[in-house]
Design a protein around this ligand. Structure first.
Ligand SMILES: Nc1ncnc2c1ncn2[C@@H]1O[C@H](COP(=O)(O)OP(=O)(O)OP(=O)(O)O)[C@@H](O)[C@H]1O
Ligand SMILES: [Mg+2]
Length: 300
């Protein structure tokens, strides 16, 4: 008997196979992505009832530097603060969706926010040393956490790691406020490293620094990514292009407009992720016209 319909044929006709080179390229891209340190799934952060950033889904790789870029107010600081539960400290802030950290729900009831902030350190825009000596700034976290090992060694290791040891080794007992801005920022990075975190979050860490100090911190970041995963917010396009492996571009879009592609509604605006990709692609051949306009300096 002659078969008129072959189910295999029918499936083949319904879903034409992708051309082989595309399949191969996709497989290669998947293979090359490191495991995720963070995986964001439909994340929305609101202050009160107003979402500041919404519908964010993407992952950030281990031992990579991920840059978050976009115009002022698009929710970069809000989003980076969700990654170590700093938003818990803002009473009006509410996080929805899922933030997975090494596949664990960072917001699950059993998770201890203090432990989270030990594993996931943060460096802010303005260096914020404690009003203490250089030594005590570094020793503070390890003492609070009851870390084992000689404190002198811990302090030296953290300062060396942050490329500051040679500049301060003869004045460890001096007040940290006596350091220059760039040194203070490296002190804050050292303070973050002293508790042996897994991730370093940096929100515009160089915006108050001169080009030489900025260069030192950029070199340091590249050095540190061997051992840590780093997420950085920056308004400096050169910096994102120089240091990061992947870049996520955000913009501000009207509410009720999932990908922000339509016009503006100034009363209901919040941040959305436009695209995330290899940094080289974002800066040379982005997929979205809004990214291109931003990275080439035409808007923002
Ligand atoms: N603590 C807060 N309470 C209420 N609203 C806030 C708070 N922090 C931020 N927002 C609002 O959330 C939105 C996103 O702010 P956010 O600081 O995350 O933007 P950003 O992208 O970091 O901007 P910038 O580049 O200027 O630092 C803004 O509309 C801001 O007014
Ligand atoms: Mg900000």
């Amino acid at each position: 008997m002659e078969r008129v319909t072959d189910p295999v044929d029918i499936r083949a006709r319904r879903e034409p196979a992708a051309p082989i080179p595309e399949v191969v390229a996709k497989r290669r891209a998947e293979r090359q992505r490191p495991k995720a340190v963070f995986d964001l799934r439909d994340v929305q952060v609101s202050y009160g009832v107003k979402p500041a950033v919404r519908g964010v889904s993407f992952d950030m790789g281990r031992n990579e530097i991920t840059a978050l870029i976009g115009p002022s107010g698009c929710g970069k600081s809000t989003l980076i603060r969700c990654l170590n539960r700093m938003n818990d400290l803002i009473p009006a802030a509410r996080v929805e969706g899922k933030v997975l950290y090494h596949d664990q729900d960072l917001y699950a009831p059993a998770v201890d926010a203090v432990e989270v902030r030990k594993r996931i350190g943060m460096v802010f825009q303005k260096p914020n040393p404690f009003p203490k000596s250089i030594y005590d700034n570094i020793a503070f976290g390890p003492r609070v956490l009851g870390m084992k090992g000689g404190m002198d060694e811990i302090v030296e290791r953290a300062l060396t790691h942050a490329a500051l040891w040679d500049e301060v080794k003869d004045r460890l007992k001096a007040n940290a406020f006596g350091l220059s801005g760039g040194q203070q920022q490296r002190l804050c990075i050292a303070r973050c490293l002293a508790v042996e975190p897994d991730v370093i979050l940096m929100d515009e860490p160089c915006s108050a620094l001169d080009p030489i100090s900025t260069g030192k911190i950029e070199d340091l970041m590249i050095e540190l990514k061997r051992e840590y995963s780093i997420v950085i917010v920056t308004h400096n396009m050169q910096q994102a292009a120089r240091v990061s492996d992947r870049t996520a571009f955000f913009t501000v879009a009207p509410q009720g407009d999932p990908d922000g592609a339509s016009g503006n509604d100034p009363t209901h605006r919040s941040g959305v992720l436009v695209e995330v990709d290899e940094t080289e692609k974002i800066f040379t051949n982005p997929s979205d016209a809004r990214t291109e306009a931003y990275v080439t300096g035409k808007v923002g």
